[in-house]
Design a protein around this ligand. Structure first.
Ligand code: ZN
Length: 307
């Protein structure tokens, strides 16, 4: 297949395909909202999505020995809300309406994080989620996972200080072709990725140049899935165990390919999980840049409630 060799094209395709291919899979069922209120009211209604109270069935988080749960058991566990972010910056005049779903204004991101903190949420990382899903390990009360795709520089410069304010940690899925890229939409360099890792955030892979995993053949698996893992491991000095599908696109046939290349789990967007390999189809929703805080809270809980 055609493999893009230029950084600029890869970066362009990353966003442009997101915006033009009718990617309804990016959005949760409850996300198609036109609500535009800017209410910052604190919503502290119901929903504790995953168990937090003492439970004889719940193992301590450090118990990672023995066999892991089967697919049916994993699918039966309450889902942890997982949010996906891309660019964290104020909108520009040239940003299309569709683009704004992938660009969250700084004030909106700050408001969403404040709401999570005020509502008692605790961020968890992929290792904790994996232990919960496979071993029944305990999670903190009101768990949520924050994930950031592509490796945009504003995730480091803008989002990180806001995460730090609340003691939140996130998972960052890096598109390796763009590491250190400068330009209108710059990307994190190696030192910044290492710094995130050193500070306790998780670094995951998001392919080399953001091509659709469903179309890989021949050397694509090496270029898009194996080499980015090795590169990120060299940067961070840690194993890279988690993968996020570009555009959230996957098929049943690609799941064993991801698994056999050493990834422990992989993240989609709002699709239904695979019946036999749920660890490789962990759901996320894109937290809309046009959502009010109230809409954010409602969509986050509805999307992960009972599926
Ligand atoms: Zn992406």
């Amino acid at each position: 297949m055609f493999i893009c060799k230029t950084i600029s094209f890869a970066a362009a395709i990353c966003l442009s395909v997101l915006l033009t291919n009718g990617l309804t899979g990016c959005q949760s069922k409850g996300s198609a909202t036109s609500e535009t209120t800017t209410s910052s009211e604190k919503v502290a209604e119901k929903t504790e999505t995953a168990p937090s109270s003492p439970d004889p069935e719940v193992k301590p988080a450090d118990d990672v020995s023995g066999p892991i749960a089967n697919a049916a058991t994993i699918l039966a566990r309450p889902q942890v809300p997982i949010l996906c972010y891309h660019q964290i910056r104020d909108w520009r005049g040239s940003d299309s309406k569709g683009a704004k779903d992938y660009i969250i204004p700084v004030a909106s991101f700050r408001e969403q994080m404040q709401m999570l903190a005020d509502s008692g949420y605790h961020t968890i990382l992929p290792d904790q989620l994996y232990a919960y899903l496979t071993k029944g390990a305990a999670l903190p009360s009101k768990p949520v996972m924050l994930t950031f795709d592509d490796g945009d520089l504003d995730q480091y410069e803008t989002a990180l200080p806001i995460l730090d304010k609340h003691g939140f940690k996130g998972a960052f899925f890096i598109m390796t072709v763009a590491i250190g890229r400068h330009g209108k939409q710059p990307y994190m360099d190696k030192a910044q990725i290492k710094d995130l890792s050193d500070k306790g955030h998780t670094i995951g892979a998001h392919t080399w140049d953001h091509h659709n995993v469903k179309k890989y053949q021949g050397d694509d698996w090496k270029i898009q899935v194996e080499e980015p893992k090795a590169k990120l491991e060299a940067i961070t000095g840690k194993p890279v165990k988690y993968f996020a599908y570009p555009f959230g696109l996957w098929s049943h046939a690609v799941l064993p390919e991801i698994e056999k290349r050493g990834y422990t789990a992989a993240f989609t967007l709002a699709d239904k999980r695979d019946d036999t390999m749920p660890l490789y189809t962990i759901r996320r929703i894109i937290a809309g840049g046009q959502w009010s805080a109230k809409t954010f809270y409602r969509n986050m809980n509805q999307s992960f409630d009972g599926k």
